[in-house]
Design a protein around this ligand. Sequence first.
Ligand SMILES: NC(=O)c1ccc[n+]([C@@H]2O[C@H](COP(=O)([O-])OP(=O)(O)OC[C@H]3O[C@@H](n4cnc5c(N)ncnc54)[C@H](OP(=O)(O)O)[C@@H]3O)[C@@H](O)[C@H]2O)c1
Length: 317
Amino acid sequence: MDIWQIRAFGQRPEAVAAPDPEPRAGAVRLQFRAASLNHRDLMVADGRYDPGATLPIVPLSDAVWTVLDGPAAGSRAVTAFAPGHPSGDPSRQVVRGALGCRTPGVAASLSLALPDDLVSVPDAIDDATAATLPCAALTAWSALHVGGPPRPGDRVLTWGTGGVACWTAALGKAMELNVTVATSDPARGRILEGLGATAIPRDDAVGRAGPFDRVVDVAGGRALASALPAVRNGGHIALVGVLDGHQSPLDLLPIVMRTLHLHGIFVGSRQGLKDLVAFVAANGCRVPVTLFPWSSLPEAYDALARGGTIGKIVVTR
Ligand SMILES: NC(=O)c1ccc[n+]([C@@H]2O[C@H](COP(=O)([O-])OP(=O)(O)OC[C@H]3O[C@@H](n4cnc5c(N)ncnc54)[C@H](OP(=O)(O)O)[C@@H]3O)[C@@H](O)[C@H]2O)c1
């Protein structure tokens, strides 16, 4: 089979020929169809994601496959981001075992998975969309559900025009939420408006927008601190990413006095992925996708690192 490997930190993945996977009790074989890239994949490749990770690494966490064995043979399925996480909060072992770092990832023409780590994909969802579901879309789904299911009319703030933000806008539109996206680029913001969101500049004035019921926060850092005044009393902040920094000059007093809820998000469980797949199929949700061929995975990494694409980058074979 063909796989991609990160063989040195700071380098792009290299194509490598490898033996086909050995059959494993209970596991089914999978044939690669498409995979998406996440910001995390850049961090893994640079050695910034997990100090315990050892080289070489088979990268990427999100793919849609053709199932080759068992009762589902011939159908399509997505792999769960972290194996062995059926529902609820993830254990430390689940977090460490997410695909594409310590556990070999999905950048392989063939793979194996336990049926309990797969979710079947209905015909209503195309391959490119399916490949974006296990991490970015599920993260947005989980973030929108903290503190209970979102209600039509809920006002949501998120940042940027990347994978999580676009999925927040696309899911929010189908849920009849009012999603506001704070972006550095008004031109890209206009594309988000096509997804039903309102685009505003990403600056200190974000704190005067709102009031928001929910924040899907991919930024952390100063951005989180500046957004706090815009959250309504009792509102929910789902902390997803730290693009603006791991450390935040956060004033804790408003969290106390205005009974704000700050939730950490780690992607989501297989049950969340099943619920998401059903919702996306029923509502026809999609995000902008930039396609690369399998043979151009290093160029796909370059495009993600440069920024400027909107939504998701997907590699197809
Ligand atoms: N916890 C989890 O489970 C989980 C899951 C998925 C992702 N994440 C994390 O969430 C973050 C976003 O992931 P992604 O896949 O959506 O990334 P992405 O596709 O690379 O998109 C990032 C976008 O965020 C905006 N941005 C960049 N720097 C920013 C800053 N300092 N403050 C606010 N916005 C900024 C930019 O949009 P504009 O130029 O339009 O402003 C950029 O396009 C990453 O940190 C990622 O590691 C966490």
